[in-house]
Design a binder for this molecule. Structure first.
Ligand code: TA6
Length: 296
C-alpha cells in the first residue's frame, strides 16, 4: 500500500534493500528503517554532529540487527535465559515493522509510529503474544516511546530497552552523571552487584553496567564534540551504560576495530529486577527523550 507521506519525509530502499524513512525538515534530519523500527540517524539542524552513532560495519539484512542508532530490544534483554540459540535482545529489532502513522506536527516535529504484532514468525522464537508500537518524534529534540500490549490470555513478563548508541568525540574524555549511588549489575565482573561511587562516571575500560531501580535523567558531557546530552525517561527503572572497548570491538564483526572511542550506549530499559509483568490486555509505555546543547 503506497504511503501518503507529508513533505519532508520520504520512503526509499536503504542498504540491503531495507525500506527506509528519511526525514529532512527545518528542525532535523533523521533516518529510520522499518526493519526493527530502527532509528539510525537523528541530527538537529543546530547540531554540527550526528547525535546517534552508527557502525561503518553494520549489517543491513533481514533477520540481523543493525549496529548503532537505537535498537528496540524486546521481549528480553541480552541473551534469552535458558535458550542460547535465541537472538540476543529479543525479536523486535530483527523483525519487519509496519508503518502506522507518519506526520509533521504543527511545530514541525516529524512523528513516526510503527507497529509489530506477534505472529507465527515471532512465536517460532517466543510464545509471547504481544502488540508493540514504537513512536519517534523527531525535531530539535528526540522523544521515543515503546508501548507493549499483552495480547495473551495469561500474564506477560518481558524486558525491553531503547538501546541508544550516542556519538562522542572520545569516550575516554566523557563524563556521565545521574547514576551516583545507584546499584548496578557489572557484566564485566561476573554480574556482581555494585553501588556506583563515581561521579561523573568515566570510561577507561570495557564498561557494561545495568543500573537498577533508577528513573534518573542521565547527562553526558562530551568535551570532544563540545556538547552535553541529556537522556530523560519515563516508565523505565533500568539504565545501561556500555562501551565495548578494544577486545570486544574486535570480537564483533559488525563493529569496526577502531570505532569504540567514538560511541557510548546510554540505554533506557526495564530488565533483570526491573522486568515488567502485564496482565491480559495490559499495556505499558516506556519513553526516552534526548536533547543536546553546546558546551561553553
Ligand atoms: O547493552 C549492553 C549489551 O547488553 C552488551 O552486553 C552487548 O552485548 C551489547 O548489549 C550489544 O549487544 P548486541 O547483541 O547488539 O551485540
Amino acid at each position: 500500500m503506497p504511503l501518503d507521506l507529508p513533505a519532508g519525509i520520504t520512503l526509499d530502499e536503504g542498504p540491503g534493500g531495507l525500506p527506509r524513512l528519511t526525514v529532512a525538515t527545518d528542525l532535523c534530519t533523521a533516518e529510520m528503517y522499518l526493519h526493527g523500527a530502527h532509528l539510525c540517524r537523528w541530527q538537529p539542524r543546530a547540531e554540527p554532529h550526528p547525535v546517534l552513532w552508527m557502525s561503518r560495519s553494520s549489517r543491513f539484512e533481514a533477520g540481523a540487527p543493525i549496529r548503532g542508532g537505537v535498537p528496540v530490544c524486546f521481549p528480553w534483554f541480552g541473551p534469552k535465559a535458558g535458550d542460547p540459540a535465541a537472538p540476543a535482545h529479543g525479536v523486535a529489532r530483527i523483525s519487519p515493522w509496519t508503518v502506522d502513522r507518519v506526520e509533521i506536527e504543527p511545530d514541525g516535529t516529524a512523528a513516526v509510529s510503527l507497529t509489530l504484532a506477534s505472529d507465527a514468525r515471532t512465536q517460532a522464537v517466543t510464545p509471547d503474544q504481544f502488540a508493540l508500537t514504537f513512536t519517534a518524534r523527531l525535531g530539535g529534540t528526540l522523544s521515543m516511546a515503546l508501548t507493549v500490549e499483552n495480547r495473551g490470555q495469561g500474564p506477560l513478563t518481558f524486558e525491553e530497552a531503547l538501546h541508544s548508541y550516542v556519538a562522542v568525540g572520545d569516550v575516554r574524555t566523557v563524563g556521565v552523571d545521574g547514576l551516583a549511588g545507584a546499584t548496578f549489575i557489572d557484566k564485566t565482573d561476573a554480574m556482581a552487584r555494585k553501588a556506583e561511587a563515581e561521579a561523573p562516571i568515566t570510561i577507561a575500560a570495557e564498561t557494561d553496567r545495568l543500573y537498577l531501580n533508577t528513573s534518573a535523567t542521565v547527562t553526558l558531557t562530551d568535551p570532544g564534540l563540545g556538547r552535553r546530552l541529556r537522556v530523560a525517561k519515563s516508565g523505565s527503572l533500568a539504565t545501561v551504560i556500555w562501551n565495548p572497548w578494544i577486545a570486544k570491538s574486535r570480537a564483533m564483526p559488525d563493529f569496526g576495530d577502531d570505532e569504540w572511542p567514538g560511541m557510548i550506549c546510554i540505554e533506557t530499559a526495564n530488565a533483570a529486577d526491573n522486568a515488567v509483568t502485564l496482565g491480559p490486555g495490559g499495556r505499558h509505555t516506556m519513553t526516552a527523550m534526548i536533547d543536546v546543547s553546546r558546551l561553553g
